[in-house]
Design a protein around this ligand. Structure first.
Ligand SMILES: [Zn+2]
Ligand SMILES: [Zn+2]
Ligand SMILES: [Zn+2]
Ligand SMILES: [Zn+2]
Ligand SMILES: [Zn+2]
Length: 363
């Protein structure tokens, strides 16, 4: 790719770097090691995808804001501007021209209906009398007549054992003294405190007005109907990345002089010096999508050279273009990393084995 240093420039840079680490290696002599190139790749594309549709609407009357909404005639072709930035989300709500109308509510009379709780009477039934809470409306109302007014013949009045006579009243029915319940004085029942013996109370749902607000039309007595069109523009993202060794990414990401290509139109071409394999990887992501209205694709590439220095066999050397020239860095070879990981694992196993032996010997 363009902007890639020559193998000789890379070897010179690695040789100087190794020399500073105390490794004397003549990399630029004939028979020098090979330079293996790879290209780090960071590709992203964000498209603005537009979706459109329409739906019938019916809301309680008095939708005053609708008249000022933008209108359309054909939602499929109604023109809206593509977003300046495909990352942005945009939405339009429109009214189809000529569709805005008002309908009378068929289920009410100017916004109210008959109160269902009192069936339009404004009152509801209430018993005129209630049982006395003290004698519970039973025979205890009077010990002489049990609240009937007829004294029992030939039988003595009930013994008032334990009940002080002061707590009994004269019966309003049979006139016996010290015999009646002090609350109802023998009548068993009291006038209803709710309706004051009238037999009905005001309906609490309609407050006596006999009518209630019709919820469906919001009390307006009509509906606003229209056809609503909507257009949404939403970002859709894809990416394709090949960032190389994990332990190199921080360095290549911060120091590398990445080559950047920006594509804003579906007709914009990928760079000519892109490897065929990479082009095959990225091209499918660039195919125009249905309903795509804007795009921004960014391709970033960094050539990365891998050099093996024979005088330092356990390390890999890497070099890549940076803003200061050529950046060289080194990492333990992956075999070396595995080797030390193996030693660490073996140490753990050994410690465990020793522990088992010690336990066995102590028993
Ligand atoms: Zn209604
Ligand atoms: Zn009585
Ligand atoms: Zn009573
Ligand atoms: Zn009552
Ligand atoms: Zn009512």
């Amino acid at each position: 790719m363009a902007g890639r240093p020559s193998d000789m420039e890379i070897l010179e840079a690695v040789e100087a770097y190794a020399g500073r680490r105390g490794i004397a290696a003549r990399l630029t002599d004939p028979g020098a090691p090979d330079v293996t190139w790879q290209t780090l790749l960071d590709f992203r594309i964000v498209r603005s995808i537009e979706t459109r549709g329409e739906r019938p609407m019916r809301e309680p009357g008095g939708q005053d804001g609708l008249a000022s909404r933008p209108t359309y005639t054909d939602i499929a072709t109604h023109p809206v501007a593509p977003p300046s930035d495909p990352e942005k989300t945009e939405a339009w709500l429109l009214v189809r021209r000529g569709s805005l109308d008002e309908e009378r509510c068929a289920n009410c009379d100017r916004g109210t209906t008959k109160c269902g709780d009192c069936e339009g009477r404004g009152v509801r039934d209430c018993p005129r009398f209630v049982d006395c809470p003290v004698c519970e409306g039973g025979p205890d109302a009077c010990w002489e007549c049990e609240g009937t007014g007829r004294r029992r013949a030939g039988r003595p009045a009930r013994l008032r054992s334990g009940a002080p006579s002061a707590r009994r009243a004269t019966c309003a029915r049979c006139r016996a003294s010290n015999a009646a319940c002090p609350k109802c004085t023998g009548r068993r029942q009291l006038d209803c405190p709710d309706c004051k013996k009238k037999g009905h109370v005001q309906c609490g749902v309609c407050d006596g007005t006999k009518r209630v607000t019709h919820q469906e039309c919001g009390g307006t007595g009509r509906f606003t109907v229209w056809t609503e069109g909507w257009i949404h523009q939403n970002p859709h993202r894809e990416k394709e990345r090949r960032l190389g060794r994990l332990d190199l990414r921080r360095t290549t990401g911060s120091v590398g002089r990445w080559q950047e290509t920006i594509l804003r139109r579906a007709t914009d071409k990928l760079p000519d010096d892109l490897d065929e394999a990479d082009e095959n990887l990225i091209a499918p992501h660039l195919a125009p999508r249905k309903d795509e209205v804007a795009r921004l694709a960014t391709l970033r590439r960094l050539p990365l050279a891998h050099v093996t220095v024979h005088a330092d066999p356990h390390r890999d050397y890497f070099a890549f273009p940076s803003h200061a020239g050529i950046e060289v860095t080194t990492r333990p070879t992956t075999q070396r990393v595995r080797y030390f990981a193996g030693i660490a694992m073996a140490s753990v196993a050994l410690v465990a084995l020793v522990a088992v032996l010690v336990v066995a010997l102590l028993r």
